[in-house]
Design a protein around this ligand. Structure first.
Ligand code: G3P
Ligand code: MG
Length: 247
């Protein structure tokens, strides 16, 4: 696959409520070619776009996501926490999101974001759906901080490109994990990564994506170190800084 150099984070999280259809549409309207979206599972096994383990921050509901059915969640609204202009919008299912992504011809990085203890079933439900409705392997990347979830992707759908997410603190055996999970990219925390770590990844030989970069100066510096692509809540702000490499 062609590694994207600029990826809207959670859609374009600065301009529309994260992980919603409206955030995907806003990214496409801005001319952004790829978006990253977080995927969780409802109690009744429906993959949805959602970041947190609880509903409190980004909906008018509260409590854990994992105890609610998809129908329950449709009674909530997921926009007015962001601004009144978005009040009334719903938590989308993964399937609804895919419809819009295909219609708008966007590339996508689905991040498997399992609620604790649901690493296997979240990956299974997501890949079961995607393997039926997403044909193009050049325009999709499946990532996770959870090695258990990524392992399911390897076993179930080995032809889907994977991204291995590394948090602020790397496991000592990161290279062995990468050998096992065979990711297409390694995705790192832009705020924590050091130049030495970037050099180690370059030596390892995988393209590097960095989250979450909203400042052009930071993008320029990390680009100079050898980072290949950037997740951004406001990708339009990085276009000038990355003009020479954008595709
Ligand atoms: O996939 C990159 C980035 O989204 C990982 O962190 O917490 O924003 O999902 P988070
Ligand atoms: Mg994410």
């Amino acid at each position: 696959m062609k590694i994207p150099s600029l990826i809207g984070h959670r859609g374009v999280a600065r301009y529309a409520p994260e992980n919603t259809i409206e955030s995907i549409q806003a990214a496409a309207d801005m001319g952004i070619k790829w978006v990253e979206l977080d995927v969780k599972l409802t109690r009744d096994g429906v993959p949805i776009l959602f970041h947190d383990d609880t509903l409190d921050r980004t909906t008018n509901g509260g409590g854990p996501v994992a105890t609610r059915s998809f129908a329950d969640l449709q009674d909530l609204e997921a926009g007015s926490w962001f601004s009144h202009g978005f009040s009334g919008i719903k938590i989308p299912s993964l399937e609804e999101a895919v419809d819009v992504l295909l219609e708008r011809r966007l590339g996508v990085n689905f991040e498997i974001k399992p609620c604790p203890g649901r690493e296997v079933e979240t990956a299974q439900a997501m890949m079961d759906l995607l393997s039926r409705i997403w044909d193009d392997r050049e325009t999709i990347l499946i990532s996770s901080f959870s090695c258990v979830s990524l392992d399911v992707v390897c076993d179930m759908t080995p032809d889907f490109p994977r991204g291995m997410l590394l948090d602020t603190f790397w496991p000592e055996n990161w290279a062995a994990l990468a050998d096992h999970l065979t990711p297409e990219t390694i995705n790192v925390d832009a705020g924590a990564i050091t130049r030495e770590q970037v050099e180690a990844l370059i030596e390892y030989g995988k393209p590097i994506l960095a989250y979450t970069v909203n400042e052009p100066d930071q993008a320029r510096r990390l680009r100079g170190w050898g980072i290949d692509g950037f997740f951004s809540d406001a990708p339009d702000l990085l276009v000038d800084a990355l003009r020479s490499v954008l595709h």
